[in-house]
Design a protein around this ligand. Structure first.
Ligand code: B12
Ligand code: SF4
Length: 626
């Protein structure tokens, strides 16, 4: 038997025990051994998925004949080092590289990576099986579809890759027992926690220019058998898998079928207690049906929030990236439906897209904030096979990138090409965009300024984005402001393009704790100063007071407050006018839930997502002034 080693190094978050099952190499292997010749001649010795010191892996390898590597942006350099070390010790070992980060058109690749023998482009099953057969002399490697062959440094590309049209031909690596050893060796003793990856279909009808999904985009969607999905979910439940990550490009696109999958997940969770969480990239053109699916999962405690991937609110950007979003009215309807169902909606936005400007970005974010949406921003990473990486496209939009070390580097450094400037956004604006968005979302979404911002816009026509621009300006320049030191520190992160600080929520909980707890009164005094510089309004102190009282504190309390108008209703309801006259409100603060044991920080991490930091405010008396 010839020894085979497969490696799909999981994305690792520093300090975390969470890894992913090596699903991609799992499916190619399961498909390949359907072929009797492959099954009889090759033995799978190990599937590697944890980045260990490379010499440790080399030490325990036994005469590898084939090494198959699954390459993504988070493990490409590690894979190269592993391949190099294997080839140095076993020069005859065939090194095969597949996965999303395989370059599709790089003629220099084999000169730079002489230790790689084959690149597999796009879907890997048919190519891998046929290549394994070629190693047995059953067919020439030039007949293997969709691969690049290293012929002394020259790249020889074979015919187009072939998709698996009938996905029932691919056995499940979960239910076929491929991962059983992994469960026994790592998972059952609690050393690491493995997340499952589940495909319900393959392919995507869209063609977003930033996307690099190995040629599967803009293609026909093929579906896996529903019974296979059911068995995989059951396998996860029986093996205590907590987290299931769905790989579909648009979960919810098949309304009835995907609803049945949701029901299946919930039933299984009720019966076994697992899986606990189901995370899916929701259908881009969300509709009421997807919200209903999300609602079911939320009610079952299996989803943290419902995410709409918008990327940008600017129509010019959407045209440039070939993406159609929901229009404003459709989005409003989704939000209304979601609200009615008690589902909080989160939106994903990408910073640095072509045609975006600092102003258009802020206007878009303000629109989402007005709708009460949670905003998550991500950097635009240039992926090598995406349309965006095409030199003509880059030139058209003036895209500039910088190579940044990935936060997910472990053992071997990994790098990402981050877009830091375009024709419409220079690097200075790009950095300011991160800082503005981070601070705005931090104070708005955690209940420190949202009422003030809304009041200023409704009463004085100060746009939300302009209010936050003034806040940022003031706090960055006034060293007596409590947020000054924090903003200086975060400006440094922006300058050094350390964007992880802006997206990893747990890194800024200290800032939130300081502003809303330790130096709360000073922070609100600072906000009042900014407002006073913007407008002249005697009601401002009351607005600030109301803002301060809406956020839950550690210990339960009750207040009665008197304002000189129906401030709360005026701010909360767009159609309510300001009616002057002494107005009494009852504010009930239930304190933070017992399960957080008085830890305000952990409570807020949870509450930020569903808005449960809000106190209950009701008007109990109003004396109308005629
Ligand atoms: C699950 C997932 C993750 C997981 C991690 C998974 C893991 N294993 O560790 C999480 C959620 C953490 C994640 C994070 C990110 N991800 Co992600 N993620 C995915 C997702 C949704 C599924 C991958 C998958 O399993 N697919 C199903 C399998 C069957 O498909 P496949 O992997 O392509 O495998 C097939 C072929 O490629 C080939 N093949 C693969 N390996 C091998 C090996 C051999 C030997 C052979 C022969 C063939 C072969 O055969 C397979 C079967 O046909 C994909 C999108 C997608 N649906 O594929 C994105 C994707 C992989 N992610 C991507 C990106 C960019 C990210 C982020 C950088 C996003 C961001 N901007 O923050 C982050 C990473 C953070 C960082 N900074 O490093 C890109 C990768 C692009 C690239 N060039 O590497 C993808 C393709 C999304 C996209 N549309 O562009 N991701
Ligand atoms: S980003 Fe998503 S919707 Fe767009 S092409 Fe890629 S997989 Fe399809």
């Amino acid at each position: 038997m010839k020894n085979v080693y497969l490696a799909q190094m999981s994305l690792e978050v520093p300090g975390s025990k969470y890894y992913y099952f090596p699903y991609s190499v799992g499916v190619v292997w399961c498909y390949a051994i359907n072929d009797p010749a492959v099954k009889q001649n090759f033995a799978l010795k190990e599937i590697l998925f944890v980045k260990e010191p490379i010499e440790d892996i080399i030490d325990r390898m036994e005469d590898p004949e084939v090494l198959g590597l699954s390459t993504y942006i988070w493990n490409t350099n590690y894979n190269e080092q592993l391949a190099k070390a294997v080839k140095a010790k076993w020069p005859k070992c065939k090194v095969i590289v597949g996965g999303a980060n395989v370059p599709n058109n790089d003629n220099e690749y084999f000169k730079e990576n002489p230790y790689v023998d084959y690149l597999i482009h796009q879907e890997g099953e048919i190519a891998f099986k046929t290549l394994m057969r070629s190693f047995l002399g059953l067919e020439p490697d030039t007949e293997v579809p969709g691969i690049s062959i290293n012929r002394n440094g020259e790249r020889v590309q074979t015919g187009p890759s072939v998709r698996v049209n009938d996905l029932s031909q691919i056995p499940s690596p979960y239910t076929s027992g491929l991962f059983d050893d992994m469960l026994n060796k790592y998972v059952k003793n609690g050393n690491i926690i493995l997340n499952a990856i589940i495909e319900t279909n393959r392919g995507c009808p869209f063609k977003c220019t930033f996307c690099d999904w190995g040629g599967v985009t803009f293609s026909k969607v093929h579906r896996f058998d529903i019974s296979r999905i059911e068995q995989e979910i059951k396998w996860c439940a029986e093996n205590g898998v907590e987290y299931v990550n769905n790989t579909d490009a648009n979960f919810g696109i098949f309304k009835d079928r995907d609803m049945a999958i949701v029901d299946m997940l919930i039933e299984t969770n009720k019966k076994y207690g697992f899986p606990k969480v189901f995370d899916a990239p929701w259908n881009k053109n969300n509709n009421q049906v997807t919200v209903t699916m999300a609602k079911k999962l939320l009610d079952a405690g299996m989803m943290r929030r419902f995410t709409a991937s918008l990327q940008s609110m600017n129509p010019d950007v959407l045209t440039a990236i070939k993406r159609t979003n929901l229009n404003g009215e459709q989005l409003d309807n989704i939000v209304l439906d979601a609200r009615r169902m008690g589902v909080s909606v989160s939106t994903e936005m990408i910073v640095g897209l072509p045609e975006e400007t600092y102003e258009s970005w802020k206007t878009g974010v303000a629109e989402l904030l007005r709708g009460g949406l949670i905003i998550e921003s991500f950097p635009l990473v240039m992926l090598q096979n995406s349309e965006m990486a095409d030199p003509d496209y880059r030139k058209q939009y003036g895209i500039r990138t910088k190579r940044i070390k990935s936060w997910f580097s472990n053992i071997v450094d990994e790098w990402q090409d981050m877009v830091v400037a375009t024709n419409t956004m220079d690097e200075k604006d790009y950095k300011r965009t991160w800082l503005w968005t981070w601070f705005t979302v931090l104070v708005q979404a955690n209940g420190l300024t949202h009422l003030v911002a809304k009041y200023l816009e409704k009463r004085h026509d100060v746009k939300i984005q302009d209010f936050y621009e003034a806040v940022l300006d003031k706090f960055l320049n006034d060293s007596s402001a409590v947020a000054y030191e924090h903003l200086k520190k975060w400006s440094g992160y922006a300058d050094r393009l350390e964007y992880t600080y802006f997206i990893a929520g747990f890194l800024y909980t200290d800032v939130l704790l300081d502003l809303s707890q330790h130096r709360r009164d000073n922070f609100f005094a600072d906000i009042q100063k900014v407002c006073e510089e913007l407008v002249d309004d005697p009601m401002l102190p009351q607005v600030i007071d109301l803002q301060q009282k809406i956020q839950k504190q550690t210990v339960a309390s009750q207040h009665r407050v008197n304002y000189s108008a129906n401030l709360y209703e005026y701010i909360m309801d767009d159609s309510t006018t300001l009616i002057k006259g002494e107005t009494t409100y009852s504010i009930i603060d239930t304190g933070i839930e017992d399960r957080f044991e008085g830890d305000w920080n952990s409570f807020m991490t949870f509450a930020r997502k569903n808005g449960s930091w809000r106190n209950n405010i009701t008007q109990i008396e109003h004396e109308r002034v005629i």
